[in-house]
Write a protein that binds this ligand. Structure first.
Ligand SMILES: *Cc1c(COP(=O)(O)O)cnc(C)c1O
Length: 369
């Protein structure tokens, strides 16, 4: 039996005819740049998340960077991030002209609100929580720190489309947020793509101009900008994907539940919260990431049994990349990355795949009954 970590070809082959139709239809219209499909997708995304505005952009990293550029970071301005995130979170701040300050994670492996408060200095201007693995951070705690110290909040919701905290969508709490449609993301397309969402009219206007050469929605140049537009063809695929996105979330939550049922008794593992664990959180399981004793040996054992797993981001927190020169020492993040491993979770994974994986994990820990 073989269970790849993520089968990229099936993204296309499982719905080949439908995608071929979309391709033919869009290309026959000659509709490649900023056409109706981008507008349709932006409208659908805003409606789905409950954000007032959505802007399709080239990728989520650009999106995060433009969120901070629109705020106007100056050299020396600090933005607090979790060290347990993709490097893109920190690099977006850096490229926008500020300084990322990585901090510790809490019990749920997301940014620790107490660590955020402890890291605030006279130079702090913002916080960028990452809604990692499809779970929205405790945004009540983050927003209350932000309002106490008058800080901007930009959410890295790259992994969290459809995830909610207390009924409110990831990405709709702060100034603005970015979502990614990288192929392996919950809503993936056939290349790089992303979106910015915001409730602020001013943020919308500024980011809109930034992403299209300084032009406003009427095409008049209002400021300096760049090109970071969402491809119209990708937008057309994304409109289709978003229309059946509820099924994706439902299935991912089912798989998470199944892993949880079958792995919960293994003492050597620490599992993410199951879908029904806490009614404040609605998680969409971009990833199913566990902490495991003898992690490297487990990974090897699963590989020998045809099961693909992933150790995320080279197995390091943001502050652990020596070349980037961070002075921080963050033991909880470092412990996390020494033990974390991701199991396959996506639309191509069947129940019997999950049972096979769980069976092999039990076998590894000598507990195969
Ligand atoms: C994927 C990802 C990004 C970057 O998204 P791109 O669209 O690839 O630029 C940023 N942050 C997190 C947490 C991600 O997982």
């Amino acid at each position: 039996m073989k269970v790849p970590f993520f089968d990229y070809t099936r993204l296309y082959t499982d719905n080949k005819e439908e995608f071929d139709c979309i391709f033919a239809e869009v290309c026959s219209r000659g509709a490649f740049i900023l056409q109706q499909d981008v507008r349709d997708f932006e409208a659908a995304l805003a409606q789905y998340t409950g954000a007032r505005y959505a802007i399709g952009v080239a990728n989520a990293t650009d999106g995060l960077e433009m969120c901070w550029t629109s705020i106007g970071l100056r050299p020396g301005d600090e933005v607090i991030v979790s060290s347990h995130t993709m490097l893109a979170t920190a690099s977006a701040i850096r490229v926008a002209g500020g300084t990322p300050v990585p901090v510790e994670i809490g019990q749920d492996n997301l940014i620790d609100p107490q660590a955020v408060e402890d890291a605030i200095s006279s130079r702090t201007v913002g916080i960028m929580p990452t809604d990692l693995n499809g779970r929205t951070c405790d945004m009540e705690a983050i927003m209350s720190i932000a309002s106490k110290y008058k800080l901007y909040v930009v959410e890295d919701a790259a992994q969290a489309l459809g995830s909610k905290f207390k009924g409110k969508h990831a990405g709709t709490f702060g100034h603005s947020a970015a979502i990614s449609f990288f192929p392996a993301k919950v809503l993936g397309c056939f290349g790089d793509a992303g979106a910015v969402i915001t409730n602020s009219e001013q943020a919308f206007q500024t980011i809109y101009q930034l992403h299209d050469h300084g032009r406003d929605t009427q095409g008049n140049v209002r400021s300096w900008g760049r090109n970071s537009r969402l491809d119209n063809l990708q937008a057309a695929f994304l409109v289709k994907g978003l229309s059946r996105y509820q099924e994706v979330i439902k299935r991912r939550r089912e798989i998470a539940d199944l892993y949880n049922q079958h792995l919960t008794d293994i003492d050597e593992l620490s599992l993410p919260p199951c879908p029904s664990a806490n009614s404040d959180h609605f998680d969409i399981y971009q990833n199913y990431e566990i902490l495991a004793d003898q992690r490297d040996e487990l990974k090897e054992f699963l590989l020998c049994n045809g099961i693909g797993t992933l150790i995320q981001w080279g197995g390091k927190g943001v502050h652990q990349w020596e070349a980037l020169g961070f002075p921080q020492i963050l033991p909880r993040v470092e412990y996390f990355f020494d033990h974390s491993i991701m199991l396959p979770i996506n639309m191509f994974v069947s129940d019997s795949d999950v049972l096979y994986i769980c069976h092999k994990i039990k076998e590894f820990y000598g507990n195969s009954q």
